[in-house]
Design a protein around this ligand. Structure first.
Ligand code: ZN
Length: 426
């Protein structure tokens, strides 16, 4: 009797595992590149248990009727900076006006709006103040705050004064430790920094192979780390089972990183034909954030983007997009990554239309943000498609995103690990 009363009060969650069923009008399978109609998805607790047209609905299951919607796996952004605080302050020098705790508390909103826009997983690629990303990830995992599943870098591994450094101060200004935690200037220093980050709980390593657009005193056309330093990064990270993502704009910076064996090159803005061929041959992902140009130019117009950043960016936008088109044609592996933080958090879905405009089919763009992204992160057994045994990360839109890719800019249903975070009725 006591148990029954408890069951009535608590919905019997302790006695019976929570079972949820989604009725999907259309279900996109990015693994196969196919769409199936009228599918039943059975979810037990946080994992998918069964998927199919004639799957029986378990008795007592909570049924979510999405039979007039297109259902997709939770989206994955392979390049974010969720822990950098409030969006739109343009100059990284603003970071010096805040406490680290202030920055990470501002980032709570970034995590929430990212999840609510349909991105259930992110590969976060560096943070101005080291380890704020780890704090954010862990708070989400504990359930203290709402956000996507985060895989984080912990800090930028960068040369002194390089693309991942906090620059622009007078030489006699001493920065707090967390602004230069990942600075390294030899293969052995690179290894030492990676050992620190592994100990701190990083999920992958981010290195800066060339100069940057959005860093004072940096030249995106330069190369920064040497091939020896990049090879040391890949080797050291591999000792701990971690992959390396390399920021690179310049053709040589890109090729150095690919030859060193990184998992992905970020931006790959000025990649040349040799670089595209190398990426294809080595199976390296090119994570090309081709939507960002819109936001850099917009922030230039409204005066929040520093003049030297705009000068770095000049003429790079269109070149980047045309190189993306070449990479699609060459059959290079291209995940979905937006460098979220350059554009506002929660707007990453706008990149889909650009990926289609510059050569992908809508299905390829969806695969970039699901199955390909999961493969790059090394988690294809857990995320990237709606299959038995994987996390129940599910999004849905009214209409058919294969006909109108813009629909992914306004995802109406979001579930992460079996829990619904957004459900808008039309
Ligand atoms: Zn970035």
């Amino acid at each position: 009797m006591k148990t029954l009363t408890l069951c009535l009060l608590l919905g019997c969650q302790t006695a019976l595992a929570q079972v949820t069923v989604i009725k999907a009008g259309k279900l996109i399978d990015p693994d196969q590149g196919t769409v199936a109609a009228n599918q039943i998805i059975v979810i037990r607790e946080n994992k998918v248990e069964a998927v199919g047209a004639s799957v029986a609905i378990p008795q007592g299951a909570q049924v979510l009727d999405l039979s007039n919607m297109t259902v997709l796996p939770g989206l994955i952004d392979c390049h974010t900076h969720l822990a950098d605080g409030k969006f739109g302050e343009g100059d990284p020098m603003f970071q010096l006006k805040k406490l680290a705790s202030q920055t990470v508390l501002e980032s709570v909103r970034n995590a929430r709006v990212t999840l609510e826009s349909g991105f259930t997983t992110v590969r976060d690629l560096g943070v101005y103040r080291a380890l704020n990303d780890i704090a954010l990830r862990d708070a989400i995992n504990r359930g203290d705050i709402i956000g996507p599943r985060m895989y984080v870098a912990g800090a930028y591994i960068t040369i002194t004064g390089g693309a991942g450094a906090m620059t622009g101060m007078a030489p006699d200004i001493q920065l707090p430790w967390d602004f230069h935690y990942g600075e390294a200037n030899s293969p052995w220093e690179v290894r030492q920094k990676i050992r620190l980050l592994v100990h701190d709980g990083a999920d992958h390593i981010k290195v800066l192979s060339s100069g940057a657009v959005l860093t004072h005193g940096s030249n995106p056309k330069s190369q920064e780390f040497t091939p020896e330093e990049l090879a040391a990064a890949v080797d050291e990270a591999s000792h701990f089972g971690l992959r390396v993502a390399a920021h690179a704009h310049s053709p040589e910076g890109i090729k150095n990183a690919i030859r060193a064996g990184v998992a992905s090159v970020e931006h790959a803005t000025m990649i040349d034909d040799e670089g595209i061929a190398l990426a294809k041959q080595r199976g390296t992902y090119l994570d090309m954030d081709i939507y960002d140009e819109e936001c850099i130019q917009e922030q230039g117009r409204n005066g929040t983007m520093p003049a030297d950043f705009l000068e770095h960016d000049r003429e790079l936008g269109e070149r980047h997009r045309e190189n993306f088109r070449k990479a699609v044609k060459a059959g290079v592996k291209l995940p979905f990554g937006t460098d979220a933080g350059v554009c506002d958090y929660g707007t990453a879905g706008k990149q889909f239309a650009f990926m289609v405009k510059y050569g992908m089919t809508p299905m390829q763009a969806i695969q970039a943000a699901t199955s390909s992204a999961a493969d790059l992160i090394g988690r294809s057994d857990e995320i990237g498609s709606i299959k038995p045994g994987k996390y129940a990360d599910v999004v849905a839109v009214s209409g058919d995103p294969l006909q109108d890719i813009h629909l992914l800019e306004n995802v109406q249903f979001v579930m992460k690990e079996g829990k619904v975070y957004k459900q808008q009725s039309r």
